[in-house]
Design a protein around this ligand. Structure first.
Ligand SMILES: [Zn+2]
Ligand SMILES: [Zn+2]
Length: 366
């Protein structure tokens, strides 16, 4: 794949979006962005062996590609030119990260959904949109608050931004149609689907955020496995009885769960095919780095490609864990499962999971 295909030019706004980072890069930052985040791919694009290239050679490769992109699109500089933003009725730009956010009820200020930002927005509202700023504590009874100012200060929105730092990096609201049923989600629009799932999961997220903060401050002193902390499994299982949870992740039982065994075998074949594709150079370096990152919003500062040359035993162990995770997912989707866990399935997930197991059952009865 051509290196330039990793960037999407949006003529309506005059911005260039780095697809793997899911944000726009200003023309003056393009060289540094490629050098910092995509040096390996840049070297690859000009047939340079990145493992042997000096840092100077890598910078040169990045500069070459950045200059070529700049020449192609003549991007406006956001520090001096005002870039139009989408209307609040416009759908999200599929290449940009979609966030949940709050918008000030009285102006265009949009922030992402966190406890800190909610407080920030309330302060902003108090300062800019109240004729009589509210004081801390109880409001005086005689204060004559205009009716308009009694309305909610913020509203929930979906939002995006072009740039992640510097000029014109503010969030703007976009329109995501409300999803009454998961089946209405168009399959191809993964970003909307993802945001919708997050919204479902975040119904009590503010409360959970506070709880997690308390939890992480408790564990930070004793946690010896930073990787485990990064995966957030300890947080997920906090307060649960291990003896109840562990059987949910046992390997599939061939006698009582033949369908799960079949699903596991299908998973093995899938991995085998993916392995072949990587060995045959069918997956671009960008995609490999993207697949290799579990950080959905993060730009790949240290993009690494997937390591596929594993020892047989390591590969078997990894696949075993994945298959047990699949078993865990299936078992926790069952109604008779009584351990209170923190995840919720969307209708679409339940539907597809049910369909997969139904097909496997049919297959195993043949
Ligand atoms: Zn990038
Ligand atoms: Zn405002």
């Amino acid at each position: 794949m051509d290196f330039k295909d990793q960037f999407k030019f949006e003529p309506r706004y005059g911005i260039l979006i780095c697809k793997s980072c899911a944000f726009a890069v200003a023309p003056l930052h393009l060289r540094a962005h490629i050098a910092k985040g995509h040096a390996v791919a840049a070297c690859y694009a000009i047939s340079l062996d990145s493992a042997r290239a000096t840092s100077k050679a890598k910078e040169k490769a990045a500069a070459l590609l950045a200059d070529s992109l700049n020449a192609d699109y003549r991007l406006p500089d956001p520090t001096s030119v005002t870039i139009p933003i989408p209307l609040p009725t416009d759908p999200p730009l599929p290449e940009l990260t979609l966030h949940q956010g709050y918008q000030c009820a009285q102006c265009d200020l949009v922030v992402t959904k966190t406890v800190e930002n909610q407080l920030r927005l309330q302060k902003h509202f108090n300062k800019h949109h109240r004729s009589v700023p509210r004081k801390r504590g109880r409001q005086s009874k005689i204060a004559d608050i205009p009716a308009m100012e009694k309305l909610p200060m913020t509203q929930d929105v979906f939002c995006q931004r072009f740039f992640v730092a510097g000029a014109q990096s503010s969030f703007f609201a976009v329109y995501v149609p409300p999803q009454k049923s998961a089946r209405e989600i168009p399959g191809q629009d993964a970003a909307i689907c993802q945001a919708w799932v997050q919204e479902q999961l975040a119904k009590d997220s503010l409360e959970r955020e506070v709880r997690e903060k308390r939890y992480s401050s408790q564990v930070s002193k004793t946690e010896i496995l930073p990787w485990l902390e990064k995966t957030r499994w300890p947080r997920y299982f906090h307060g649960l009885n291990v003896a109840d949870v562990a059987p949910l992740a046992y390997a599939a039982n061939p006698i009582t769960e033949p369908a799960l065994v079949l699903l596991g075998e299908s998973f093995d074949r899938l991995i085998e095919r993916a392995y072949q594709s990587i060995c045959e150079d069918k997956i671009s370096v960008f995609d490999q780095a993207r697949i290799n990152s579990f950080n959905a919003d993060g730009p790949g500062e240290h993009d690494r490609m997937i390591i596929v040359k594993l020892l047989k035993s390591t590969s078997r162990a990894h696949k075993g864990i994945w298959k047990r995770l699949l078993c865990f997912v299936y078992r926790t989707s069952q109604l008779n499962q009584s351990t209170p866990l923190l995840h919720i399935f969307t209708e679409a997930q339940l539907f597809h999971l049910g369909q997969a197991v139904c097909l496997a059952k049919k297959l195993s009865s043949l």
